[in-house]
Ligand binder design. Structure first.
Ligand SMILES: NC(=O)c1ccc[n+]([C@@H]2O[C@H](COP(=O)([O-])OP(=O)(O)OC[C@H]3O[C@@H](n4cnc5c(N)ncnc54)[C@H](O)[C@@H]3O)[C@@H](O)[C@H]2O)c1
Length: 457
């Protein structure tokens, strides 16, 4: 243990350590969110170490290979802080923690195959901290957790060895992450952040630290559980609203109403917040956050029926993509079996390289069960294999060998594909699940078109 230990319970001591840049930071879990977080702390001049169990990631970082190429702005920061020796990575949690004052946890909080939240990474690291955390340290959980997880579980996990007593010789708080993949630098430097601590003093200390590093507004909440409740509320709000417009889109399709036109006009009303329908909702946040809230509801004996229905709708949207495609194939009297279909977009959202819980996976598997020869194209995954399929390299050549194409992800690159490229397809079937193709111009090109929620043109 280092002699220079800062008492992280003491506001003035922490303030001095920030001003003298002597506060040492350890970020455990340096993935999509943890690495940019660690780089931000290092950029502010604080000595920062990242810990991860992924040996390849740690090796890459220490050999100056930047792993998050789709996060604009971070590569320069990465090179700079490595050069200045303000940041390094390790797999050795014990060394890193014992030489740090502030411990940030940016560990994954996924769910299992039954949609039950999986907090095993936090539990494993919590038990390690119980043995190795230096007294008077401060732990901040950035991972998305259910309200009450800190109070009801994490504190007792970290206290397990008996060495540490909350509020006495260790403290904990939360600063839930709300950055969007692909826009993390923008979000870290612009979006307000929520702070919650085990008491007001800790909340103030966390606010001071994050203000120092990020210069954004910090919203101090009453406690950890309230801060985590806000985080889940904002994301579940999105999940439910996407479900709402997706369900409307299914009806508007039948009515011959273009959902995109409805939304363009609806958003002119001051209190309407626009969300868009689509092929389903994936990613490391929305689906999981809804299931986290449903888990909290189960624990507390409450029923969250809107959240439950929203999930159901979003999970059946990929089936609607199959229906739209079958319908288009029927129109040209072609069987889906043995047809050649190109899936455009594998990521769960536009312009990022991230396939976590992507609806594309389900759609591909469903088509394969129907005997379709599925091909995939995604500019973020060129020359790699995704969902067991080799990603096509040349879009134009591939299209000419296809019967149909389905835009599953609204990548900006897909907006630039000229309609003439789709007319090269053998059966000229185009399905747009993201509202990026103009249905009228497609008609002029004699393409057999189905747009999710776009009605019949
Ligand atoms: N990715 C997002 O868009 C996003 C946005 C907001 C919040 N979050 C939340 O942030 C948290 C982290 O998400 P992420 O997307 O950065 O995950 P990630 O999977 O990209 O990164 C997590 C990292 O933790 C490492 N890890 C796992 N177990 C470990 C252990 N025992 N010890 C050390 N390292 C370990 C993994 O190897 C990985 O590198 C989650 O709670 C997530 O819900 C994510």
């Amino acid at each position: 243990m280092s002699d220079l230990k800062i008492n992280m319970n003491n506001f003035e001591e922490v303030k001095k350590s920030l001003n003298s840049k002597s506060l040492r930071v350890c970020v455990i879990g340096i993935g999509r969110i943890g690495l940019p977080t660690a780089l931000s702390f290092a950029k502010s001049g604080l000595q920062t170490i990242g810990v991860d169990i992924n040996e390849n990631l740690v090796r890459d970082i220490n050999s100056k290979k930047f792993p998050l190429k789709d996060e604009p702005g971070y590569e320069n920061i990465f090179n700079d802080v490595l050069e200045k020796k303000l940041f390094s990575a390790t797999t050795k949690i014990e060394d890193a923690v014992s030489n740090s004052d502030l411990i940030l946890l940016s560990l994954p909080t996924p769910m299992d195959e039954n949609n039950i939240p999986d907090y095993s990474a936090l539990t494993i690291v919590g038990l390690q901290l119980s043995e190795i955390l230096t007294p008077n340290s401060l732990v901040i959980v950035e991972s998305t957790i259910e309200p009450g997880f800190i109070e009801d579980e994490m504190i007792s996990i970290i206290s397990k060895s008996g060495r540490l007593k909350i509020g006495d010789n260790f403290s904990i708080g939360v600063c839930p992450e709300n950055a969007n993949p692909g826009e993390i630098l923008h979000d870290f430097t612009n979006l307000p952040r929520l702070v919650g601590g085990i008491n007001q003093n800790i909340t103030k200390i966390i606010t001071m630290i994050y203000k120092y590093v990020f210069s954004v507004d910090l919203i101090e909440m009453e406690n950890c559980k309230t801060a985590n409740a806000v985080k889940l509320t904002t994301n579940v709000f999105r999940d439910i609203n996407i479900a709402f417009v997706s369900e409307l889109a299914l009806m508007f399709e039948k009515l011959g109403i273009d959902t995109m036109k409805v939304l363009e006009a609806a958003k002119l009303k001051y209190n309407f917040q626009v969300h868009y329908p689509g092929a389903g909702v994936g990613g490391p946040c929305l689906p999981i956050n809804s299931y986290q809230l449903l888990n909290t509801a189960r624990r507390t004996g409450v029923k969250l029926s809107i959240v439950e229905s929203g999930r159901k709708i979003n999970e059946t949207m990929p089936d609607h993509v199959i229906e739209l495609t079958s319908n288009a194939f029927e129109e040209c009297k072609k069987s889906l079996e043995n047809s050649e279909i190109l899936i455009l977009g594998l990521s769960y959202k536009p312009n990022v390289k991230d396939i976590q819980l992507s609806p594309a996976k389900y759609i591909i598997e469903k088509f394969q069960k129907l005997g379709v020869n599925v091909h995939v194209y995604d500019p973020f995954f060129l020359s790699s294999e995704v969902f067991g399929l080799k990603v096509e390299e040349n879009l134009e050549n591939t299209l000419s060998q296809m019967d149909g194409a389905i835009i599953v992800t609204g990548h900006d690159d897909f907006k630039k594909i000229p309609l003439s490229s789709f007319t090269k397809m053998k059966s000229k079937i185009l399905i747009d699940c993201r509202g990026i193709i103009d249905p009228i111009s497609v008609k002029n090109e004699k393409i057999i078109f189905r747009g999710l929620g776009r009605g019949d043109f």
